[in-house]
Design a protein. Structure first.
Length: 428
C-alpha cells in the first residue's frame, strides 16, 4: 500500500505518563477507592493523556470520535456572554477558545499521526474510530488511516452537510465536513436497527400507489431505512438550546447517531479533542461511559457545565430513568500546572458567607460567575463536588444561594468565573 511520507515523520511515540485526580463530580459512596475510574474529564496534551491511559485501557475502548483542529490556520475564540445579539459580533464577550495554526502541513501531520496510532492501540478488537475533518486535511488523514488501520478496515466516508452564510464568491460554498469511519477489525459493532430513519413521504406514497415500485422489492416501510453516508444536521449556531459558545461545537444528533451505531449500552466512548463536551453529554444520556480530554481549560469548564446542566434537566426522573448520576473524575496530566485557584480577595471580591446552612454569593460577584460547586466535607486534597449551580445556556439566572444539609465537616466552595478564572474558599 502507498504511504504518506514527509521529512519529519516518525514512528517514535512518547511513553509513560500518569494522571492526577483534581475533583470528582457527582461523587458516590465508593469514590475513594473506585472499582473503575470512569467517567473521566482530563485536562492535558492528549498524546501524554493517551499514553497514561494505555496501561489500563489498551484494547478496551469501544468507540473513539475525534474532532481535531482542521488545519485552517485560524484562531477560534469562545463566546462567553449571555443574551447577546448573534447578528452583532462586535458586541460579543469573547475568551480564549483554541488555536488551529501551524507552521506548515508537516507540523500538522506531526501532531495528527502519533495520536491516530495511539487511538488504534486503545481501541478494542470490535471498536470503531470516527475522524471528523474537512477539505483542508481529510485527504491526507485518510492515507494515514489506511496505513494505521488497514485499507480493508475502511467503512465509510460520511458527509455531514449543513446550511449557512458564506463569504466565498470565487467557488461553490463549502458546506460539508468529512467523517472517516474505520474499524479495528472486520468484527465490529454496528447496531443497524438503532439508527434507522423514516422513509421519505414521497417514497412511502410511491410504494402505496404502485405494485411495480422498487422493481417488485417492497421495503419494510414501518421499520424505516438505514441512513445513507450523507447526513444533514443543522449546525449548532441554529440550535439555541445546545449552543455553549465554544467554537466549532458539533450538534448532539450527529454524535447520537455515531454512538448508537457503534456502541452498546455501558460501552466506553472516548473523545480526545472534546471541545464543548458533546460526545460526553450524549454518551452519558445514552447510558455509555466516557473519557474526554482536551488541552484547553475552557473546554474542560464547558464540558463539566454541560454534564451538570444535563443532570439537572433530568432532575428527579434521573433515578427512575437512568439511575443516579455516575461520578465524573476531573483529572490532569502529571507535570501540568494545577487548575489555578485564587481567593475571592485576590480577585477583588468580598468573601462568601454562609448563614444557617445557606451559602450566599455576594451580589457584585454573581454577574461574573458561570458555575459554582460545593464540597460539604472538604478533606483538603480531592474536591468532591456534591452540589452545583450553573448559569443556563440561554435564559434564566444563575442560582446565587444554596441550602446545604449539615455534615459537620469543612465546607469548600469553588467558583468558575465567566473569564475562566477560578476561585476557592473554605467556609468553616
Amino acid at each position: 500500500m502507498p504511504k504518506l511520507e514527509w521529512s519529519s515523520k516518525s514512528d517514535n511515540l512518547k511513553s509513560g505518563g500518569s494522571l492526577i485526580t483534581e475533583s470528582i463530580l457527582f461523587p458516590g459512596p465508593d469514590d475513594k477507592n473506585p472499582a473503575r475510574v470512569e467517567n473521566r474529564l482530563i485536562l492535558g496534551d492528549n498524546l501524554r493523556v493517551m499514553n497514561a491511559l494505555l496501561g489500563e485501557y489498551e484494547g478496551k475502548l469501544d468507540l473513539i470520535y475525534v474532532d481535531p483542529p482542521f488545519f485552517t490556520n485560524k484562531g477560534y475564540p469562545a463566546r462567553v456572554g449571555r443574551g447577546e445579539d448573534s447578528r452583532k459580533p462586535e458586541e460579543w464577550q469573547l475568551a480564549e477558545g483554541y488555536p488551529d495554526q501551524w507552521d506548515d502541513l508537516d507540523s500538522y501531520l506531526d501532531m495528527l499521526y502519533p495520536r491516530l496510532k495511539l487511538m488504534h492501540r486503545l481501541l478494542s478488537p470490535t471498536g470503531s474510530l470516527y475522524l471528523h475533518l474537512d477539505w483542508h486535511a481529510n485527504s491526507y488523514a485518510r492515507i494515514l488511516l489506511d496505513e494505521i488501520f488497514g485499507y480493508e478496515n475502511f467503512r465509510n466516508e460520511i458527509i455531514w452537510t449543513y446550511h449557512g452564510p458564506s463569504p466565498i464568491r470565487t467557488a461553490f460554498n463549502r458546506k460539508h465536513d468529512t467523517i472517516l469511519f474505520y474499524t479495528k477489525t472486520d468484527d465490529y459493532v454496528f447496531n443497524v436497527d438503532d439508527i434507522r430513519i423514516p422513509y421519505a413521504p414521497n417514497t412511502v406514497a410511491t410504494f402505496k400507489s404502485s405494485k411495480k415500485a422498487g422493481f417488485g422489492k417492497v421495503p419494510d416501510l414501518e421499520r424505516g431505512k438505514v441512513p445513507e453516508d450523507w447526513w444533514y444536521f443543522p449546525v449548532v449556531a441554529r440550535l439555541h438550546q445546545e449552543r455553549t459558545g465554544y467554537p466549532t461545537q458539533k450538534p448532539e444528533r450527529l454524535l447520537e447517531r455515531i454512538i448508537l451505531a457503534s456502541t452498546n449500552p455501558d460501552g466506553l466512548v472516548a473523545d480526545f479533542f472534546c471541545g464543548a463536551g458533546t460526545t460526553g453529554t450524549v454518551a452519558n444520556r445514552l447510558n455509555r461511559r466516557f473519557i474526554l480530554s482536551d488541552l484547553q481549560n475552557r473546554a474542560i469548564i464547558t464540558s463539566r457545565s454541560r454534564l451538570v446542566l444535563k443532570n439537572q434537566e433530568l432532575g428527579e426522573n434521573r433515578a427512575e430513568l437512568e439511575g443516579p448520576a455516575l461520578p465524573v473524575y476531573l483529572q490532569r496530566e502529571e507535570g501540568r500546572m494545577e487548575f489555578p485557584l485564587k481567593s475571592p480577595e485576590e480577585m477583588g471580591f468580598p468573601e462568601i458567607s454562609i448563614e444557617a446552612g445557606v451559602i450566599h454569593l455576594p451580589p457584585e460577584l454573581v454577574p461574573n460567575v458561570d458555575y459554582w460547586e460545593v464540597d460539604p466535607d472538604w478533606q483538603g486534597k480531592v474536591f468532591r463536588s456534591r452540589y452545583q449551580a450553573v448559569r443556563p445556556l440561554r435564559k434564566g439566572d444563575l442560582p446565587s444561594s444554596m441550602i446545604l444539609p449539615e455534615t459537620g465537616g469543612k465546607i469548600c466552595l469553588r467558583i468558575v468565573l465567566i473569564s475562566g478564572e477560578q476561585i476557592q474558599q473554605v467556609l468553616n
